[in-house]
Design a protein around this ligand. Structure first.
Ligand code: LRH
Ligand code: MN
Ligand code: MN
Length: 388
């Protein structure tokens, strides 16, 4: 008998994870970007590659865009292109981190003309969302300072709120603003949106269509991320996840790679808080594949999320609650760990086959010949990369 009950399988069947377009382009560190044969040359090819991930997993029906990296002449055409490939366009990410004008800030800048430019960029992103049918505008700000005394911390917070108010006012009824926090980098002394509390304070002042984005790589080592997940769900402000994994800082490695147990703990709180398959809580990857092939890297990532979701759904919550209530510390912990240690991979493979999918999506993709085909076809032109 399968370890996965029909109730668990019906939750897994509903799961969807959005892919980042930039995961398919070249990326690297500040030391070197390694190009790979077959890398997309434009947003059209990135979407075609993303569709492969959905094809082999049935888990990734949408692709997030980053503007201006994914700028095209017609977003209506890009939307149609995505639909022709069996996927949809999802979250639109703004980008105010690669322009000389934003050296000292964008939405927080002292100079009203630069703030105006940054706000206008966000309004243009909402125009893109109107054309693509996207719901979410995701804002991550690379703003902060490097030296104590360099910046007026309070003034920047106030200007940030003013700028966000104007962007928020432009949202359509069904659109949302999602504000992502990160504790440092590129600024090293202070960051204007460094933590969930600041993001929560800023979005709460905007209104109900403003939410927090939790990127798992954006916390100090040792942070109890699942506690933050619980709190944001409890407050009704967890808008989305940027999933990835890290050993040191914002490593953007394959989700679940460094610490599968942490991913399990996070997903347990998602399930506990009603965030699983809840349209208000978008699951997204935010990763870069610097040395591994990108499409299989994304396939492995969505499978990791699926596998840990299955394990989180296996926790015997009745037994757990009973142990918690009676103060039986060791039984509570054992119930939790039993689910984590359950190998769900054979049951998931069997279930995939029963749905007409390959039991092993990694192997099926490798055997498909797609990687060789794009390597042969996509010669010439400039490969798209992180930031191009
Ligand atoms: C910032 C970040 C943010 C950006 C992405 C490329 O570190 O996580 O989400 O949009 O990386
Ligand atoms: Mn992110
Ligand atoms: Mn990041």
């Amino acid at each position: 008998m399968s370890v996965l009950s029909p109730a668990v399988l019906s939750e897994l069947e509903k799961q969807s994870i959005e892919l980042p377009s930039w995961a398919f382009g070249n990326s690297g560190t500040r030391f070197k970007v390694f190009g790979t044969p077959g890398t997309p040359r434009d947003p059209w090819e990135k979407i075609a590659d993303a569709a492969q991930v959905h094809r082999y997993t049935a888990l990734a029906p949408s692709v997030a865009l980053h503007i201006p990296w994914d700028l095209v002449d017609s977003f209506e055409d890009l939307r149609k292109h995505a639909e022709d490939h069996g996927v949809a366009l999802g979250t639109v990410n703004s980008n105010t981190f690669q322009d000389d004008d934003y050296k000292f800030g964008a939405l927080t800048h002292e100079d009203a003309a630069i703030r105006r430019k940054a706000i206008d960029h966000h309004l243009a992103c909402i125009d893109v969302m109107d054309a693509t049918g996207s719901r979410d505008l995701k804002i991550w700000l690379a703003e902060g300072s490097n030296y104590p005394g360099q910046a007026d911390l309070r003034g920047r917070q106030d200007r940030l709120q003013d700028s966000l108010q104007e962007i928020y006012a432009r949202l359509g009824d069904d659109q949302r603003l999602v504000l992502e926090y990160k504790f440092f980098e590129p600024a090293f002394y202070h960051t204007d949106v460094p933590d969930w509390g600041t993001s929560y304070a800023q979005v709460s002042a905007l209104g109900e269509k403003a939410m927090v984005c939790l990127d798992t790589g954006h916390h100090a080592p040792g942070t109890n991320i699942e506690f933050i997940v619980m709190q944001l769900l409890r407050l009704g402000r967890l808008g989305s996840f940027d999933f990835n994994s890290r050993f040191y800082a914002d490593d953007d490695l394959i989700v679940g790679a460094a610490d599968p147990f942490q991913l399990f703990r996070i997903l347990f709180e998602v399930v506990r808080g009603g965030g699983l398959n809840n349209p208000d809580v978008a699951f997204m990857l935010d990763q870069c594949h610097n040395i591994e092939d990108k499409i299989p890297g994304q396939i492995r990532s969505v499978l990791n999320v699926q596998e840990m979701t299955a394990r989180a759904l296996l926790v015997d919550t009745d037994a757990l609650t009973a142990a918690q209530r009676s103060g039986d510390v060791l039984t509570a912990n054992a119930v939790f760990m039993d689910a984590f240690y359950t190998d769900v991979r054979p049951a998931l493979a069997e279930w995939r086959e029963s749905r007409g999918l390959a039991a092993d999506p990694m192997a099926a993709y490798a055997a498909s010949g797609y990687q060789e085909k794009i390597a042969a076809e996509r010669v010439g032109g400039v490969q798209a990369g992180w930031g191009a």
